[in-house]
Design a protein around this ligand. Structure first.
Ligand code: F6R
Length: 613
């Protein structure tokens, strides 16, 4: 939530910042703003997207000679999206400016205090309080900006990634983080700051990920990192492995379509070097040290949010079936506040594409404090959740930029399946024969997903028929129940059509009342252990004149006779079917969204990385 970019060096800052903000727009697009230092400290900001800011600034870019500045793209929390609430925010005398990602929880008491001391606030944001607090400390204690920032950080409660710029120090940017990500790019006589590496990658591949409660001072071509107790830290410089093409649309109209279409590759990438069915090999390097904890766990807890939670539900079925270890799946936001029973030796698997989701991070911290071992399943390398975990497995699915998660889901299920099979094999809860069969089946999934993608035109046609639906029901059973949830989430988040996912058998306990001739029902009816029962559920829908769009296994003739439309997917083991069966649902939601004229990659009110609770 909210994207941050900063630059100081020898190049013209404006273009670097604007380009960086466009890359980070997936994090929020309620407003955009920029601060540039060139003798004066000038702030320009506008409600809407980065392109609205550019339009507002017009042709006359008199600030193009500035070589230091920062920019922000906002996902609103405190204060409606408008020009005033847009970042950056000035201090009272306009000597300082701040950009902030996160939430300052005690902002109202701080604001009251600062108001009594004469500070005048222009916006409704918590972020503006931050800069007034820093300014107040700086003036009253007659201290340096760096010191004032450190003192202010010890007074604020909440999450933040901030960058501060000051009029009187033309070669200095100060940045700090707690709970919201921040990465610093190290160029030749230049530095970049950003919420993720995408604005940095074309300039340098050397980066430092700031840790929680660290302050970075970039001054006169030097980077110093201190903790908030003023102890100097040694920066850990990492090499980025990100390719520029991975964060560009590559000829597709939308990132979402690109990410759906690249799933054969992203799934292959996440199993590359890990699976070898011929030799009966399955290796997940990042897990090795803690594998015995999983093997000996009395139970496994899984926490995640949204689509990642759906992947967690699939994992519950897979783990229980193959490892016979009891599994509980929680929304991270519920887990963290419900005083869960966590015992020493329990294992918690945290699933997160971004690795920055605030609720998932908080659930990890809670479980850790009670002695659980944390296994992270993240896509973003070096992310907060990856770093907070004892061990884990990356997805290696490449950057996911479309706000609606697609390739991350299929990669998550692939990686979680690999983890479950490794545990089951080592534990002896599955035979070597079944282990090898399942490994071969995993290896065949990229080709099967390629086959499903060939349905694109047919799905487009079906989308044109149902694009004006008001409600859509998604039904699935067993392994396909989470797929129904995921299909419904995809549709509602990008096309704004109300959709519900249900276990097919639950329909008769309530939702069946909704079914009439206006109601499309998407049923995942692939050939598995619940197939016959799902067929009966389809009959129940037909009997009430509901329209059926069915995902079926290739060669199925039974459902084809009952459904209005069928989409045939290749057969696979039922535990792996979610990876295959979800793909047509992703395409269905994509095409419906496009046909309804919605903003597919940046749906309203959403942001890619939810770093606030
Ligand atoms: C839906 C979607 C969200 C995320 C959720 C968790 O398409 O993208 O529901 O899945 O916000 O995000 P991560 O996986 O980054 O923790």
């Amino acid at each position: 939530m909210c994207g941050i970019v900063g630059y100081v060096g020898h190049r013209e800052a404006y273009s670097i910042i604007i380009k960086g903000l466009k890359r980070l727009e997936y994090r929020g697009y309620d407003s955009a703003g920029i601060a540039l230092l060139n003798g004066n400290l000038n702030v320009y900001k506008k409600k809407g997207k980065v392109s609205d800011l550019e339009e507002f600034l017009g042709e006359d870019k008199h600030f193009l000679n500035s070589t230091i500045g920062m920019g922000h793209t906002r996902w609103a929390t405190h204060g409606e999206p408008n020009d005033v609430n847009a970042h950056p925010h000035y201090s009272s005398n306009k000597d300082l400016a701040i950009i902030h990602n996160g939430i300052i929880e005690n902002y109202s008491s701080l604001k009251m205090d600062l108001t009594l001391r004469g500070h005048v606030f222009l916006s409704d944001t918590d972020s503006e309080v931050f800069i007034h607090l820093i300014d107040d400390i700086r003036i009253n204690n007659n201290c340096s900006l760096e010191e004032a920032v450190r003192v202010a950080l010890s007074q604020v409660v909440g999450a933040y990634a901030i960058v501060i710029i000051a009029k009187d120090t033309p070669n200095q940017l100060i940045a700090a983080r707690k709970g919201s990500p921040l990465v610093i790019g190290l160029g030749k006589n230049e530095f970049f700051i950003a919420s993720d590496a995408s604005p940095i990658i074309e300039y340098t591949n050397e980066v430092v990920y700031l840790n929680d409660q660290e302050v970075a001072i970039i001054k006169d071509n030097l980077l110093t990192i201190k903790n908030i107790e003023d102890v100097q830290m040694t920066p850990y410089i990492q090499k980025l492995e990100l390719e520029l093409e991975a964060i560009e649309k590559g000829g597709y109209e939308h990132f979402m379509l690109k990410e759906i279409m690249e799933q054969p590759k992203s799934i292959l990438d996440c199993m590359r070097g890990r699976v070898d069915s011929v030799r009966g090999h399955l290796v997940l390097g990042g897990l090795n040290e803690y594998l015995y904890k999983l093997i000996n766990a009395e139970r496994i807890m899984i926490v995640a949010c949204g689509t990642s939670w759906h992947a967690g539900l699939v994992a519950e079925y897979i783990f229980e079936e193959f490892t016979r270890i009891p599994v509980e799946v929680d929304y991270a936001s519920e887990f963290r506040y419900r005083n869960p029973v966590v015992r020493e030796g329990d294992v918690l698997i945290a699933i997160s594409q971004s690795g920055e989701t605030a609720d998932t991070l908080a659930a990890i911290e809670l479980a850790k404090s009670k002695g659980a071992v944390i296994i992270g399943v993240c896509n973003v390398v070096g992310s907060s959740i990856a770093r907070a975990s004892h061990a884990g497995a990356y997805l290696h699915a490449g950057p996911e930029i479309g706000v609606a998660s697609t390739k991350a889901f299929t990669a998550q299920v692939t990686v979680l399946t690999m983890i479950a099979l490794q545990v089951a094999h080592k534990k002896g809860s599955i035979s070597d024969h079944l282990f090898r069969i399942l490994l071969a089946e995993i290896e065949s999934i990229p080709d099967k997903v390629s086959t499903v993608l060939k349905l694109n035109e047919k799905i487009k046609y079906i989308s044109s028929i149902y694009k004006d639906a008001k409600n859509v029901l998604y039904l699935g059973r067993g392994y396909n129940f989470p797929v129904a949830l995921e299909g419904a989430l995809k549709l509602k988040e990008i096309s704004y059509i109300h959709a519900e996912g249900y276990p097919a058998a639950e329909m008769k306990h309530g939702p069946i009342a909704l079914i009439d001739k206006e109601m499309p029902v998407v049923v995942i009816a692939t050939k598995d252990s619940s197939y016959e029962k799902v067929v009966s559920n389809i009959q129940e829908v037909r009997a009430r004149k509901g329209q059926v769009i069915a995902i079926v296994t290739e060669g199925d003739t039974q459902v084809a006779k009952m459904a209005d439309y069928t989409l045939e997917v290749p057969a696979t083991h039922e535990a792996l079917m979610p990876i295959v069966a979800v793909v047509p649902l992703q395409l269905l939601s994509y095409h419906i969204s496009v046909m309804r004229g919605c903003n597919v990659d940046q749906p309203r009110n959403l942001a890619k990385s939810v770093t606030v609770e």
